[in-house]
Ligand binder design. Structure first.
Ligand code: SAM
Length: 252
């Protein structure tokens, strides 16, 4: 375990605020009994099963990180992995808990099926499909529609109190430029901050079991939430830690 904030700050509600990135397989790392009942929100961008090596890494810098994504071979492998992770993580969630799952249009049907499974198996019911509009035509059919957006499946268990203003489910946030990426699927923290603020309050705990660049814990730091990300790939993990430390500055 690597604790990235050595001295937790205490939130107004008395909860300690910490951010952590763990290296390993979430199926093992998230079995920690200390987490039980404490996870207030799950925000995750799992391998979708599209065998994506990288469609963002167009620079030399980006190409260095354009490695294969673990458990992304096909939808069957990706969904099996996701369900096994959720079988460990969902029992750790509090009674009132939101979940966000990024997905891809090529495998949307399969992932809507995963949403139904989450309801039956763990009580998370699909509530909305959000759209992240990335500011530009993006990839996709060059003679047809660009795919400058991603779909986010939003699910709810129980009833999370809302503190932020009600907002449109289309979120306009520019994607990161290739030379800003340390991971081919790195999400902008500004986007994650919107989701975090909608679903939690300072001191709450948000978990990303498919951590990648650690973007979720960086967004948690900026919004004073606790955050845990688990990343399987050792190289990704090291880069995620370095980026977290560089942004947090001088604590380590
Ligand atoms: C789509 S990427 C996540 C990118 C992330 N949202 C970001 O903003 O950087 C999915 C990540 O899940 C990791 N992964 C795959 N299987 C895993 C597992 N069983 N446990 C933990 N991480 C896993 C992959 O190594 C990959 O980095």
């Amino acid at each position: 375990m690597t604790t990235t904030t050595p001295t937790p700050e205490i939130a107004e509600n008395g909860k300690p605020i910490f951010q952590t990135i763990w290296q390993g397989d979430s199926r093992e790392r998230l079995t920690n009994p200390k987490l039980t009942g404490r996870v207030n929100c799950i925000i995750t961008d799992p391998p979708f099963g599209v065998d994506n090596k990288s469609n963002m890494a167009v620079t030399k810098h980006g190409q260095d990180y354009a490695r294969k994504i673990a458990n992304d071979e096909n939808p069957e492998v990706a969904i099996k992995t996701f369900k096994e992770v959720m079988d460990v993580l969902c029992p750790q969630t509090s009674d009132d808990c939101d979940m966000y799952i990024f997905t891809a249009h090529q495998v949307l049907e399969e992932w809507l099926g995963v949403g139904r499974w989450l309801h039956e198996a763990h009580g998370f019911k699909r509530n909305a499909l959000l759209v992240w509009e990335k500011d530009g035509p993006g990839m996709g059919d060059l003679e047809g529609w660009g795919m400058g957006h991603e779909i986010i499946i939003f699910l709810k268990k129980g009833r999370v109190p809302r503190y932020a203003d009600r907002r449109n489910g289309v979120l306009h946030v520019p994607q990161l430029r290739p030379n800003q990426l340390i991971h081919p699927h790195e999400k902008p923290t500004a986007l994650l901050e919107m989701l975090i603020k909608h679903s939690t309050q300072p001191g709450d705990l948000v978990v990303d079991p498919f951590g990648g660049s650690g973007s979720l814990v960086r967004a948690c730091r900026k919004t004073r939430r606790s955050g845990i990300a688990v990343e399987y790939d050792e190289e990704n993990f090291k880069m995620a830690m370095d980026k977290f430390k560089a942004e947090a500055g001088g604590l380590f």
